[in-house]
Design a protein around this ligand. Structure first.
Ligand code: CA
Length: 218
């Protein structure tokens, strides 16, 4: 009798282990309910928010395709209708909302936060600072580059590959020294605070999310 039990033991263990393994693979997280959390608004003289629902102290922004704010000092333009830009509340990097960007079919896409009324801003004091933002990209999305436009018509672009961009469906906080932009930014006369376009490779339908875009003094 004892001998029979010993022979059966490995078989029983195998069945138990198989049961455990199966249980692990079928576990699913239940979806979290969407709820608006109160956001503690921060104010930091070293942070100039371009798009944020966490930091105050920025300029009024109008998304020209979504709303009309005649008093706005910054206007988001979608260049030649090449993408959609929407405010969404799913999985923001911080606060309660972020931007969802989807490239349309075509050969390129881009959009930017343009200074308006008037079309120029003196940003002296940010020479040693950073352009900071969080970006998430769906797997398969093309790479992207970012723009600061200054001196009325000078465009300084930087490809994000060197700054931690990955199309892996995860948020990545990017921090670019403002002194890295070439040609060097003329801080007295900034016309576009932040622009984004496809980098080396355009993939129609690429999906991106952006959140918490700031210029910082440090
Ligand atoms: Ca946010």
């Amino acid at each position: 009798m004892k001998r029979k039990s010993l022979i059966l033991l490995p078989a029983i263990l195998a069945i138990l282990l198989a049961g455990c393994a199966k249980a692990e693979t079928t576990v699913k997280e239940s979806p979290k309910p969407q709820e608006k959390k109160p956001v503690e608004i921060k104010n930091d003289p070293n942070v100039f928010p371009i798009y944020s629902d966490v930091y105050s102290g920025g300029l009024e922004v109008e998304f020209s395709h979504l709303e009309s704010k005649p008093s706005a000092k910054v206007r988001v333009y979608i260049w030649e209708g090449t993408c959609s830009v929407k405010k969404v509340d799913e999985d923001p990097f911080a606060g309660n909302e972020c931007l969802s960007i989807v490239a349309k079919v075509g050969t390129w896409f881009g959009f930017g936060f343009h200074k308006v009324n008037p079309g120029s801003q003196n940003m002296e004091g940010f020479e040693k600072g950073h352009l900071k933002f969080a970006i998430k990209a769906a797997p398969g999305a093309g790479d992207v580059k970012v723009l600061i436009k200054h001196s009325y018509s000078t465009e300084s672009w930087l490809n994000l590959d060197d700054y931690g961009f990955k199309a892996d469906n995860q948020w990545h906080q990017i921090s670019i020294p403002l002194s890295d932009f070439i040609p060097a930014v003329n801080f007295k006369d900034v016309n576009i605070f932040f622009g984004m376009a496809q980098g080396k490779k355009f993939v129609p339908g690429s999906k991106y999310w952006l959140d918490e875009i700031y210029w910082t003094k440090d």
